[in-house]
Design a protein around this ligand. Structure first.
Ligand SMILES: Cc1cc2nc3c(=O)[nH]c(=O)nc-3n(C[C@H](O)[C@H](O)[C@H](O)COP(=O)(O)O)c2cc1C
Length: 185
């Protein structure tokens, strides 16, 4: 698939099944992610790979976090949290590493991490996989941060759920470009 077709047709898939990207595919995904625009070459991002038994462990962490947020959380809700990571055969946790810099503010470092996430999603799709970027309460939760060993200067940009598409692609929205662009002057 050529680059423009890939960029125009990228489509998140919520329903994913095995197989997920293997190590060769992951190497390609990280190579593409690491071409994110990056002011000052700070490389303000890193990734955690979650697969196999680690997916259930992440589910336990999500359930612990939900219980800490709400001591009255129902068992059904906690069970949903446990199941969440099992919706994909592999998850990449995208972490923005935001360091103080005299001329490169945190927002630029966060944006670079977001571009790295987008690059990873595009690469996964180019390789024949599918995925979706998720955040939710877990992305900023202290229990989750702690369980994933984040440093104080790090933020979770997203959880990229990756795998093989299960079912049909959703229709892409039709957008009129005039809704979001116009000539200046
Ligand atoms: C930073 C960020 C966080 C997101 N978090 C969620 C999420 O927690 N749950 C969800 O269903 N979609 C989330 N989305 C949206 C999906 O990734 C996706 O963009 C959306 O389903 C629309 O699909 P499309 O990108 O194929 O148009 C998030 C997107 C971004 C950029």
């Amino acid at each position: 698939m050529d680059a423009l077709t890939l960029l125009k047709s990228r489509n998140s898939a919520a329903r994913l099944c095995a197989p997920g990207p293997d190590d060769n595919a992951l190497a390609e995904i990280f190579a593409c992610a690491s071409r994110a625009p990056d002011h000052g070459r700070l490389r303000p991002w890193r990734f955690l790979i979650v697969r196999g038994d680690a997916l259930s462990a992440l589910g336990e962490l999500f359930a612990d976090a939900a219980q800490q947020r709400d001591a009255n959380a129902s068992e059904a809700n906690l069970q949903r949290c446990r199941q969440q990571p099992l919706r994909a055969p592999l998850i990449l946790v995208v972490i923005a590493c935001i360091n103080e810099h005299p001329t490169i503010p945190p927002i630029e470092q966060q944006l670079s991490a977001g571009c790295a996430a987008h690059g990873a999603l595009l690469a996964a799709e180019a390789l024949g996989y599918a995925g979706i970027w998720r955040t939710g309460a877990n992305a900023s939760d202290q229990v989750v941060r702690c369980g994933l060993n984040l440093e104080s200067y790090e933020e979770i940009s997203g959880f990229l759920y990756l795998g093989t598409q299960d079912g049909k692609s959703k229709p892409l929205p039709e957008l009129a470009q005039t809704d979001f662009m116009k000539e200046w002057r």
